[in-house]
Each structure stands twice: as structure tokens, then as C-alpha cells.
Design a protein around this ligand. Sequence first.
Ligand code: HEM
Length: 495
Amino acid sequence: MWTTIALALTVLFIIFYKAALRPPCFPPGPFALPIVGSIFSILPSPKESFSRFQKKYGPICSYKVFDNWSIIVNDPALMKPLLADPVFSGRKHLYLFSLRDEVISGEKMPLGILGTSGDVWKNQRRFTLRSLKDLGFGRNSIEPIMQKELEDLINTFSQTEGQKVDVGLTFNSSIINVIWAMVIGKRFSHEDVRLLELVDKVNKMLQSFNPFHPAYRFPIIKKFFPNLDVYKSQDTYMRQLLSFIEDETAQYEKELLADESSFSYIRAYLKEMKEAETEGKETPLNMHHLKANIFELFLAGSETTASTLWWAVYLLASNPDVQKTIQKELDEVIGEDKLPTLAHMDSLPYTTAAIYEVQRVADLVPFAVPHETTEDATVSGYRIPKGTTVMFNLSHGLKDPKYWKYPDRFYPEHFLTEEGKPYKPENFMPFGSGKRVCLGESLARLELFLFFATLVHRFSWKLSDDPIVWEKSIVLSRPPRFMVEISNRNSNAVF
Ligand code: HEM
């Protein structure tokens, strides 16, 4: 009997030893168990766990999620050159992307920008950036579209005086409309049920996705248990969203493509694709990629910007002194009968600093989107094999006391020089950096400025005494739920 026990213990020891054994010359990190890896050290709150790992293991560490070794880079000085390095710019094909790609094309081939690597990524990203730039992305021609959305928002908020309001997803419809205007050249009315359903689906899909869930990590489980809730909910939202995009694209092809004066991303994409077909030229553009790209512009572009504005209202309402200082600057520079325009961007240093500070405190995308190495590499003497998942801890550069005087406060002065000019320190990277830097950064900056400055100039925001409720979220840092009292100011101001 003792021999059997000894044998069993030896086998167990080997299993545990092998599971915990890091690849040669790999960064340090938490212990890994057989099958689950370090998952119990990471969940339930990956953000807090990664911050703990950073304190314990330093600028670069590693962990194992089930069978997959990953590294996490914490030090912004180390991060910058890696983010600029093509070897660190590959992407893992996450469950959400492979599900989307299968629904679109019936195949597993990676589509779009967010979840692709190599030439597919380069071609789709390059075309999308170029055509969105031509459409005014990052320039002032997008301004009237944003102003139209703001007029609707002002109308909504000005009627709520004396009530308690949950701003929640209010900004999502406006932000989706800005993207939709560029993608397809039209907007929805804020009462349109299709817009409200769209907002709801994008939100639910992102909030319910947990990349650490074993069901997403091992999609093989789906073969045997396709009806598990984790699959069913994502499948349903994904199919509904894609069918919306398909219907709108088909409608567009029928109605607007013939109209030479119409102007949109879809038009530019279809035009270039069809011209190449007519000339018999090879083109990386096709309908599958187009649908995937539109899906990503929605997903990556709406929830991020809208949640930042939601955070902004929370931070303004809970910091009345800061709010008053911003309003004073806006009143002095813009005047009480005008609303801010993009032309004011360079003359509002405190407001600009306050927007950066909202992004710092919100820490919206704490670990970017997982990257993957495309070749073997060496970092700080560690060997990182090809195919390793790489997380970039953007959060560390936004929150560590080493970089900020009051890391836990809302303190716009963090972003002002002694002369009162706005500046951005190197460790401030809310949009990432390098090759994979956020494709929508310039649009997001314009949106954040115009929405934030207009809403603070036109209204005062006061936190009500109802309880503030923090909800758990894994992919994006969600603001708390709170009630706010909105009062009108500068009521006659116009753009
Ligand atoms: C406040 C708003 C936003 C924030 C904080 C944000 C942040 C980010 C971050 C951190 C990444 C990942 C970078 C990396 O993996 O290294 C990213 C990627 C991306 N973002 Fe944004 N984003 C915002 C708004 C937008 C908007 C408005 C759009 C488009 C309309 C957009 C489209 C994308 C796309 C397509 C990618 C993938 C880029 C690639 O893989 O090459 N984002 N964003």
C-alpha cells in the first residue's frame, strides 16, 4: 500500500511541478496550478491582482491562464519601445473575435482590425484610417455632427431640472450616432428603438464578456455544451448586432451608393473594392472585412467614449470646486451666450487638463487589448517565445503614486505645468501607444473635448445623496451608478 501511495504522490508531484514550471528564462510571477494555471490568483478582480503582481514581481512578470503562459509589462518606460516593436504587435484571436468571424464568413479566418495580425491587420487598419481621415475624422468637419448630437442632449437634460437623473447610457446614443454618421452618413433619432436596442446590445456584450472564463478559453467546450449561458448570451448579442449591420449595409448599397453626393466609410470601402474588381486588380478589401470593421468601429468607438463621459459627470458632480474652476475658465474664454467649439480647444488649459484627469482616473482600458508576440524576443534579459500573450499594464502609469501627486484624487493640476499650460507625461497612455495605438484616438479627443466642455458650460452637476453603487466589470473600467441633479446655466448659449 505504501508503494502505491508513494507512487501516487510522485505522480502528483510531477503533475504540479510541470504545471508550475515556467518556460526557460521567463519573468517571475504567481504560482501556477495544473489545468487552471494562476487563475485563482487573478480572479475575481484582474485589475487589483495585476497591481499586486506589479508590486511583488516588478516591471515585467508572468502568469498562466489555464494552459497559456502570458506576460504583463508594467513599467511605462519598458512599455513604450515594446509597443512600437512589430514583434509585440500581434493579436490573440480572442473568443469574441472568432465568434464574430465565424458568424460573418462561416469560417475561422480572422477578420477586421482589432483581432488580426500581419498583412490582414495592416491593410484593414491602413484603409480605415485613411478613409476616416478623408471623412473629417480628427478634423473640424466632424464638428456639426457632434453639435447636432449635443443640441439633442442639451434638450434632454434641460428638461430634467429639479429631478434626480441616472445619466447611465445616455451618452451612448449620441456617440454611436457620431460613428454612424461617418460610417454610413446618417443618424438615428434618440427615440428610435433600433438605436436604443443597439446601445443595449453593445453594452451587454462588452459587460458580459470575461476573457478569463474557461468556456471562452476552450471553445471546444461549446461542441459538447452549446447551450451554456456564457455562449448563448454572446451568440445572441453578436448575431443581432451583425444582422443590424448587414441590413443597414444592404439598404445602403441599394439607396445611397447610387447617389454620387453621399459621403461615408462604407461608400469609400465599396468604391475602392469595386474599382479593383473592375480593373481585375487584387485587393485586400472584401465584404467580410467591411462588416467586421464596422462592427469594431461600433464596439471600440462607442462604449469607450460614452463611458468616459459618464465618468466625467461622476467626477464633476463629486468635485464641485473643480467644476466651478472649469466653468469660470469657460465663462471667461467663451462667454455666457456661446457654447464651446473645437476652435476653443487650445485656449482652455484647465478644461483640457480636467479631461486628461478624467481619463486618468477612469483608467478605462487598463490592460489595452491583449497583444501576442510574432517572433521569439528578449526583454530585460527574459526570453519571450513567439505566440506569448502580452498584456500592457496601462493602468500602472495612470495610478502609481510614483507618477502622480494625488493618485486617488480628481486633480486636474496633474496635467498643468507651473506656467499653467496643459501637458501629458510619457506614462499617460489611455489610448495605448505605438503600432496598435487606438485607431479612434483623434476622434475620441475631439468628442471628449466638445461634449465635456459643452456640458460643463451649459449645466451644473450635483451628486444626489442616493447611494453610489460600484459594479464589477472585466474588460472596461465601468463608472459607478449614481444619481445626479442637473441645473441649467448659460441657458441662452448657442453654438
Ligand atoms: C475614450 C475613448 C477611447 C479609448 C480610451 C480607447 C482606448 C483604446 C486602447 C487602449 C486600445 C488598445 C491599444 C492596444 O492594443 O495596444 C484601442 C484600440 C482600438 N480602438 Fe480605441 N479607444 C477609444 C475610442 C475609440 C474610438 C472612438 C474608436 C473608433 C471609432 C476606436 C477604435 C479602436 C480600434 C479599431 C482599436 C484597435 C486598433 C488595432 O488593433 O490596431 N477607439 N483603443
